[in-house]
Design a protein around this ligand. Structure first.
Ligand code: ZN
Length: 301
């Protein structure tokens, strides 16, 4: 999820906006192995809607990169035009979220008046689509769902060419700095208990740091044959479609069962209940981050 505060603002804006002028239209796009149904909550200009559909297709392609196919067989995307007034520096996609009642739906609030290039440069949709790589995780370990999505939003923007490698590393580094400075007295699990409102950066970036550490451990011990991509690919084949809600321990234990030597539960035991922040200095300068994580579009396995 991008921002709860903005949801309130945008929802209020939506309530006071003019009524919908026509029935929502649906379009199907087909990333590898899947169908994504895109719906516009309000009618938008035909040329704009074509551009937006191309952009959603591009984001769906990004999230197909980790293991060469889209994570879920069917997903719905709802584009909700906002009345946000444009100003430089303001996101063209001020809010997004994934709901999982009766199938996965990604809601994206989009300032459709902004140039389409602004959408491609924005990370919100990539973040929300990246949530689909993971199952529903208990709110008590929200740092896993938000952290892994925050990690992949930067990795996939780099693989798609939207960020340079240096930009992606800088964004990860800045995120980790925010996470390190946020509620250092709390562990990730305690931060999740406190909630996003009180410990946002701790939740998002401690989880992203753990995703990076897991990815590098998998890659460095296997000569690049294993990675977070390949493990999540195996998880997708066995377990992602189930409607089960996973605790952090259940999810990490299942991931470890898909590899020879555990990586995820050791990281959980090291960090999940430990105040402070994982040490990411070596990880950010690790050659494999550039050579493989950010440099290879789709993992070989
Ligand atoms: Zn999120």
């Amino acid at each position: 999820m991008r921002s709860f505060k903005l949801l309130i603002v945008v929802t209020c804006a939506a309530l006071t906006a003019e009524p919908v002028r026509s029935a929502p239209s649906e379009t199907r796009i087909t990333p590898p192995g899947a169908t994504v149904i895109v719906e516009f909550a309000e009618r938008v200009d035909d040329a704009v809607s074509r551009d937006l559909l191309d952009w959603i297709d591009h984001v769906a392609d990004q999230v197909s990169m980790p293991y060469g196919r889209f994570p879920l067989a069917t997903t719905r995307v709802v584009i909700i035009p906002t009345e946000e007034r444009t100003s430089s520096g303001r996101s063209p996609v001020p809010f997004g979220r994934v709901t999982r009642r009766g199938g996965e739906t990604i809601e994206l609030y989009v300032d459709v008046d902004r140039p389409i290039a602004d959408m491609y440069a924005d990370w919100t949709a990539t973040h929300e689509f990246s949530h689909l790589l993971l199952p529903k995780i208990s709110w008590r370990q929200k740092w896993i769902s938000e952290g892994f999505a925050s990690y992949y939003q930067n990795v996939l923007m780099a693989r798609a060419g939207q960020y340079s490698q240096a930009q992606a590393v800088r964004k990860l580094s800045q995120g980790f700095d925010r996470g390190r400075g946020s509620r250092p007295e709390l562990s990730p699990n305690q931060a999740a208990e406190e909630g996003v409102r009180y410990a946002r950066y701790k939740i998002y970036w401690s989880g992203a740091a753990i995703a990076l550490l897991a990815d590098l451990r998998l890659r460095s011990r296997s000569d690049g044959k294993e990675s977070l991509d390949t493990v999540l690919g195996r998880f997708q084949q066995c377990c992602l479609q189930s409607k089960k809600r996973w605790s952090g321990i259940q999810f990490f234990t299942r991931l470890d069962s898909l590899i020879d030597e555990p990586v995820f539960m050791p990281l959980y035991r090291e960090h999940a209940d430990t105040p402070g922040f994982p040490d990411t200095n070596n990880a950010l300068s690790h050659p494999l981050l550039h050579e493989q994580v950010l440099g290879v579009r789709t993992s070989p396995n």
